[in-house]
Write a protein that binds this ligand. Structure first.
Ligand code: HEC
Ligand code: HEC
Length: 277
């Protein structure tokens, strides 16, 4: 079981006044501490997709980076950083943007209404091979060490709640029109699709949102199997409480380990994200 815990709530509330007095957070340091292990020291990629490519940065908004850091990609390798303060997330956005001169884009949040059924056909033909038949992403749990050698960059999950909450339709559309040069993600305008076709695919990808909610509902109880709770306690206390609650309900826990266990050197693993098995 993976328990996500937000302990930064009170700090956020006080943060406004204090932030001005304290020095601005150091984006470079925060990046080295939280992101470099997966995305590379200079954003060139590794376990995580490359972030520094102009072709990627030229299709996204700052808001996309901000929300991706905040929500992560639940169930994939990309963690959510709910405990970082807003000023720290801004510093990280700034750091990610510092690697090239690409101008951040701003997208409208408006939904693209198009032919979803046609989008489904096109998706099956053009996208499923890399992103999975249901948008589940490249094989493995986000990124595996056994990814195909001819595909050095893992195709992200498109049916992911973190992705769908971060990427507006207009951004997905631009990504399909331009592609990310330097990665396996090609321009579908260049590959011969029309803007109409691309909009049909976008509306199909957006449809993953409803499909997900449907799947998550446990038919017997009407409750979702994934439970998210904010804890008023610090992380250590919260983990102890979770362990006690498990014991008190006649289950047993196997171990507690950092989320990044096995992905990074033990002393580099982020102590703020843990899994209670
Ligand atoms: C040959 C494999 C391949 C095919 C085919 C492909 N993609 Fe991708 N796609 C990728 C990879 C790899 C990335 C990550 C690129 C990066 O790191 O910038 C990506 C990135 C994306 C992104 C950005 C999402 C994110 O989290 O970075 C979207 C949206 C996307 N693809 C949608 C599609 C759709 C829709 C199709 C079909 C029209 C498609 N892709 C076809 C491999 C592919
Ligand atoms: C444990 C590894 C890991 C860490 C740590 C990590 N990421 Fe990621 N990140 C990933 C992976 C893997 C993906 C692709 C998502 C997928 O596979 O579905 C990703 C995706 C992203 C994306 C979306 C990229 C795209 O092409 O759309 C952004 C932006 C991002 N990460 C930023 C960050 C930042 C900033 C940090 C530090 C605060 C961070 N990540 C920490 C593994 C990681």
């Amino acid at each position: 079981m993976f328990k996500k815990i937000a302990v930064a709530v009170s700090a956020w509330l006080m943060g406004v006044g204090l932030a001005q007095a304290a020095a601005a957070p150091d984006g470079g340091k925060l990046y080295a501490e939280h992101c470099a292990v997966c995305h590379g020291a200079n954003g060139t990629g590794g376990i995580g997709v490359p972030l520094a490519l102009p072709s990627f940065q030229g299709t996204i908004s700052d808001d996309y980076i901000r929300k991706t850091i905040k929500y992560g990609r639940p169930g994939r390798v990309m963690p959510s950083y709910t405990y970082l303060k807003p000023a720290e997330i801004e510093a990280l956005v700034h750091q990610v943007r510092s690697w090239n001169q690409t101008k951040p884009l701003i997208f409208s949040g408006q939904a693209i209404k198009a032919n979803r059924a046609h989008g489904a056909d096109l998706y099956a033909k053009e996208c499923a091979a890399c992103h999975g038949a249901s948008g589940e992403g490249g094989k493995g749990t986000g990124v595996t060490f056994s990814r195909p050698r001819d595909l050095p960059i893992m195709a992200p999950a498109l049916n992911n709640s973190g992705f769908l909450a971060s990427a507006p339709d207009a951004m997905i559309k631009l990504t399909l029109m331009q592609g990310h040069e330097g990665t396996p993600m090609e321009s579908y305008l260049k590959k011969g699709l029309s803007v109409r076709d691309i909009e049909d695919i976008v509306s199909f990808v957006r449809g993953f949102e409803q499909a997900r909610l449907g799947r998550q509902m446990d038919k017997a109880t009407g409750q979702r199997p994934v439970i998210v709770r904010d804890s008023p306690y610090d992380l250590d206390t919260t983990v102890k409480n979770v362990m006690a609650a498990v014991n008190n309900n006649n289950f047993f826990y196997g171990r507690v380990q950092p989320l990044e266990y096995g992905l990074t050197a033990p002393d580099k693993a982020d102590p703020h994200q843990v899994i209670v098995y």
